[in-house]
Design a protein around this ligand. Structure first.
Ligand code: PGA
Length: 253
C-alpha cells in the first residue's frame, strides 16, 4: 500500500452478466455495509447493465464503471459508447486499454491515451491498464514495456483523482498464475518512480492496482506489497462472496 491512499478493489465482469446478475450487485452493495468503508469498491459490468447497475447502487458505496469508451464524444461510430454516455448512465469510472482490447481489438497506446483523455474530459476516472506478455517477461523486457506503456497510454494532465493505473501482466490474467512478490514489488516501485517523475505529487498518490488471478486466497499477500493500492479482479468479481472476501481483506489495512 501507498501511505495515505485509499485502496480500490475493482471488478471487471468482461462479457459476462445478464439482468439476473443485478442480484449479485445488490448483494455486493449491501455487503459493503458490513465493511468499514476503508476501501473503495467498484464493479464494471457490461455496457448493457450500466444504467441499471448505477441506479441500483446509487446511495451505496459501490461505484459502477464501464469497461471501455470511445475517444470521441459522439458521431458515426456504430456500436461504440462515448465517455459522455458512460457518465449519462450514472457510472463514474471507465477501464481503458485492458489487454484483451489491446489484443483482440488491436488497441494501441495512442488509442488508449485518447480514450483516457476523453474519460477525463467527461469527468470519469480512467483505469489505465498496462502489462507485459509472457514472452516479454521471458526476454527480460518487462520494465521497458511498462515504461513505454505508461508514457504513451497515460494522458498529460492526469491527476491522482482522475487516474488509476492497473498493472496486469497479460500472462497472469485468467490463468491462476501470478508473478512472485519480488517481481510485483519491483514492477510497482518502477511504475511509482515513473509516475512521480512525470506527475510529481499526483504521481505519488495515483493508485496502482495489481490485476491478474487475484482471489481471496492471495489478496492479503498482494495487499502487503509496497505500492500495490488495490486490485483489478476478473473471474473472482463474478461471485458476490468472492469479491466481498477480497474487499474485506483490503479493509484490514
Ligand atoms: P482475472 O482477470 O482476475 O480473471 O485474472 C483480471 C482482469 O482481466 O482484469
Amino acid at each position: 500500500m501507498t501511505p495515505g491512499t485509499k485502496p480500490l478493489v475493482a471488478g471487471n465482469w468482461k462479457m459476462n452478466g445478464l439482468r439476473s446478475s443485478l442480484d449479485t450487485l445488490k448483494t455486493i452493495a449491501s455487503g459493503d455495509a458490513a465493511l468499514a468503508g476503508k476501501t473503495d469498491m467498484l464493479i464494471c459490468p457490461p455496457a448493457t447493465l450500466l444504467r441499471a447497475a448505477a441506479t441500483l447502487c446509487s446511495g451505496t458505496v459501490l461505484r459502477i464503471g464501464a469497461q471501455d469508451c470511445h475517444p470521441l464524444p459522439s458521431g458515426a461510430h456504430t456500436g461504440e459508447i462515448s465517455a459522455a454516455m458512460v457518465v449519462d448512465c450514472g457510472a463514474a469510472f471507465v477501464i481503458t486499454g485492458h489487454s484483451e482490447r489491446r489484443d483482440f481489438q488491436n488497441e494501441t497506446d495512442a488509442m488508449v491515451r485518447a480514450k483516457a483523455a476523453a474519460a477525463h474530459a467527461a469527468g470519469l476516472v480512467a483505469i489505465v491498464c498496462i502489462g507485459e506478455t509472457g514472452a516479454e517477461r521471458q526476454s527480460g523486457e518487462t520494465l521497458d514495456v511498462l515504461k513505454r506503456q505508461l508514457a504513451h497510454s497515460v494522458p498529460d494532465g492526469a491527476v491522482a483523482a482522475s487516474t488509476v493505473i492497473a498493472y496486469e501482466p497479460v500472462w497472469a490474467i485468467g490463468t491462476g498464475l501470478t508473478p512472485t512478490t519480488h517481481d510485483i514489488r519491483e514492477a510497482h516501485a518502477f511504475m511509482r518512480a515513473e509516475l512521480v517523475s512525470r506527475f510529481g505529487g499526483d504521481g505519488t498518490n495515483m493508485r496502482i492496482l495489481y490485476g491478474g488471478s487475484v482471489k481471496a486466497s492471495n489478496a492479503a499477500e498482494l495487499m502487503a506489497i509496497d505500492n500495490v493500492d488495490g486490485a483489478l479482479v476478473g473471474g473472482a468479481s463474478l461471485k458476490a462472496d468472492d469479491f466481498l472476501a477480497i474487499a474485506a481483506i483490503y479493509e484490514t489495512l
